[in-house]
Unconditional design. Structure first.
Length: 245
């Protein structure tokens, strides 16, 4: 039996992302097992999944990945949280453990020391120019844009590519507003965003639960601009934010 380790947010604000990843890996393993498993040479294998919840928290991510690597002896992993995946990439290479991650950091795919970590997500470096250009074309009256996201590797990388793309598209790029992951009350940060009077508020890179809270706060503040949510799907967002928001 080959165990596939999954470390991802199964609870908390980023759970819609993590549950999708966990279910995707589980379904793939079930498909292989239903088809008869996998035979290499004279050995026949089936697959099972061990999923750990990191709650989108770096410390939990580090602990979970170490547990799967050193205690559970898992050689194949799927991870999600950027900070932990980047921090342990070289360690997993030394241990010859393959890690497929949603990390939003281009540098990780260019480092020989991280050779066993593969990015499964098309990073924002690839999406930013077309996405921001689409917003400029779709909302021609919009002049300014602000990024409101998490103050971590994922958020900072997203903010940097948005800044470059905004300049190329002809937007006035306002100072970003960043908050620490896990912040419970986002109202003071939304107030800072609204003080900038942006035409577009981009919350890409922020956990779904946070984006939903921002949507509710903006709705209650009677914000008349555009709230762009990036990769957050409406099916995940609306149940948390309410249909009206």
């Amino acid at each position: 039996v080959i165990t596939i380790g999954v470390d991802t947010p199964l609870t908390g604000g980023a759970a819609p992302w993590g549950l999708s990843e966990m279910h995707g890996v589980t379904l793939a393993c079930e498909d292989f097992n239903t088809a008869g498993g996998l035979t290499i040479g004279s050995i026949h294998y089936t697959f099972k999944v061990e999923a750990l919840d990191d709650k989108y928290d770096t410390a939990l991510t580090l602990n979970n990945i170490r547990q799967m690597a050193y205690t559970d002896n898992i050689k194949f992993m799927f991870t999600f949280q950027t900070e932990g995946s980047v921090a342990l990439a070289s360690t997993l290479t030394k241990l010859q453990i393959l890690n497929f991650t949603v990390v939003n950091d281009d540098k990780i795919i260019a480092q020989p020391a991280n050779a066993y970590t593969y990015r499964t997500y098309m990073g924002f470096s690839v999406q930013a120019n077309d996405y921001v250009k689409w917003m400029k074309t779709t909302y021609p009256k919009a002049k300014s844009i602000v990024v409101f996201t998490t103050n971590d590797t994922n958020g900072n990388i997203t903010e940097g590519y948005t800044k470059t793309a905004a300049a190329a598209a002809g937007f006035t790029y306002l100072a970003p507003v960043l908050y620490d992951p896990g912040t419970a009350d986002l109202t003071p940060f939304v107030t800072k965003v609204l003080a900038l009077s942006p035409d577009i508020i981009l919350t890409i890179g922020a956990p779904v639960g946070d984006v939903a809270n921002v949507a509710k706060i903006l709705y209650n503040s009677n914000y008349k601009g555009i709230h762009a949510t990036g990769i957050v799907g409406a099916a995940d967002l609306l149940p948390l934010a309410s249909q009206a928001a």
